[in-house]
Design a protein around this ligand. Structure first.
Ligand SMILES: CC(C)(COP(=O)(O)OP(=O)(O)OC[C@H]1O[C@@H](n2cnc3c(N)ncnc32)[C@H](O)[C@@H]1OP(=O)(O)O)[C@@H](O)C(=O)NCCC(=O)NCCS
Length: 394
């Protein structure tokens, strides 16, 4: 019998150690622990007990998620681990159940996470809502085209000088893009501690004198020469982003520049003279989203111009979400009408931020079509102009 409850603060460190062991890492040293402790919210760190022994944990923090046309309160789930001698006995299942109840009680229509493995969370109703890519550029072979955006100034700061500036610049960057999430003060201190001393920050200032972009990067000396790893790069507009890339590709003694966790629609290959030198070496799932309260989550976003569509949602894990929803440009209602499309709540997550078209999920066998005319309408309703991107680990 597994018993799940919110942990007392005195139990937090044991749960963190359990989580790290589950990820095959050593228990946290005091410095790491101090960093993690700052991110924990009392009441949101769950422990699963078997016979009084802590055997699993999962936690969440209160955040928000940008969705097309708006924002929604979201529980950011992390720190999920089950002791290796107790896996595959339903411990995670119980943790998820209690966590979703808690997320709902807090009025958060969605939960979100980054997954260690792609096979874990779909059964609980999560789906991939955004993706990111990794890009590598050989510095000697890359030149910017004359028509790439240009303007403003880039200055280099060390970590300490950049620390107070970045939260404000981050808020200026792409806050309306679906997939964006908040970064609070504990997030930033955790980020700096995680990256260590060997990073630098480039800040872009626009023509109007306002700081509107930054890149956090550091050298990586390996067998293939010296790379600059770009850990984070955000800009309020294309000029800021292009100018930061131009700067990074101009740093001396560097062979390659590697951009991690970049948006799929970043126009890097359009900015350089030889697009093949912008090599995409990975495309991976970014943010997994769970519509915990389907009606409230669907109502939090706007929809494109199209005829409304009645969609039947299946949700085996949270069955009170099951049923029909009429989704249209004027809003979303529960509906008892004959459904035109049927899908699982995890597939709905793939439509939610505009990452996938309904027609792609039809082809994938993830949407059942009752009325073929509804497919094109659903494409237009859910599609977004910008590709969703989170780009913030937690
Ligand atoms: C992932 C993890 C938390 C799962 O915990 P668990 O208690 O074994 O999960 P449960 O027993 O509740 O599993 C529920 C279902 O998910 C399946 N499942 C769980 N983990 C899985 C995995 N890694 N791959 C595939 N299926 C998995 C189980 O087989 C079970 O399936 P069923 O419902 O058909 O029986 C645990 O294996 C773990 O701690 N892994 C290492 C740390 C980690 O990856 N954490 C996640 C960080 S995002």
């Amino acid at each position: 019998m597994i018993d799940v409850r919110a942990l007392a603060e005195s139990e937090f460190r044991a749960s963190q150690d359990l989580f790290r062991r589950a990820l095959l890492r050593k228990p946290a040293n005091d410095e790491d622990w101090a960093r993690v402790r700052g991110c924990l919210e009392v009441g949101r760190v769950l422990g699963a007990f078997d016979g009084g022994e802590l055997v699993g944990t999962a936690r969440a923090t209160s955040n928000e998620l940008a969705v097309p046309g708006g924002r929604v309160a979201a529980g950011a789930v992390t720190g999920v681990g089950v002791r290796a001698d107790r896996t595959r006995r339903g411990v995670l299942r119980e943790l998820m159940r209690v966590q979703f109840d808690d997320v709902r009680q807090r009025g958060e229509p969605v939960a979100m996470l980054h997954a260690s493995e792609a096979t874990i969370y779909e059964r609980f109703g999560y789906g991939v809502a955004s993706r990111h890519r990794k890009v590598e550029l050989e510095r000697a072979r890359v030149a910017f085209r004359d028509d790439a955006p240009r303007g403003g100034q880039v200055r280099v700061l060390d970590r300490k000088a950049a620390d107070p500036l970045l939260p404000e610049i981050y808020r200026r960057c792409a806050v309306d893009r679906a997939g964006w999430i908040g970064r609070d003060e504990p997030w930033w201190s955790g980020f700096w501690q995680y990256l260590g001393e060997d990073v630098l920050v480039a800040v872009h200032t626009g023509e109007d004198g306002v700081d509107d972009g930054f890149a956090v990067y550091g050298p990586n000396h390996g067998e293939r020469g010296t790379a600059l790893d770009v850990h984070d790069l955000k800009g309020a507009d294309a000029t800021a982003v292009a100018q930061l890339w131009r700067f990074l590709l101009g740093v001396d003694l560097v062979d390659r520049v590697v951009g991690h966790v970049r948006p799929l629609d970043e126009p890097l290959e359009w900015w350089v003279t030889d697009r093949r030198q912008c090599r995409v070496t990975e495309v991976e799932d970014d943010l997994w989203v769970r519509l915990v309260d389907v009606l409230a989550a669907l109502r939090a976003r706007t929809y494109g111009a199209a005829e409304p569509v009645v969609v039947e949602v299946r949700d085996a894990f949270l069955p009170d979400n099951e049923g029909g929803y009429r989704i249209g440009p004027d809003g979303v209602e529960r509906s008892a009408d004959e459904p035109q499309l049927r899908l699982d709540v995890s597939a709905l997550a793939a439509l939610y931020l505009g990452d996938q078209l309904a027609s792609t999920l039809v082809a994938a066998g993830r949407i059942e079509v009752r009325d073929p005319a509804a497919v094109a309408a659903a494409d237009r309703l859910f599609a977004t102009l910008e590709t969703p991107w989170c780009g913030t680990g937690f």
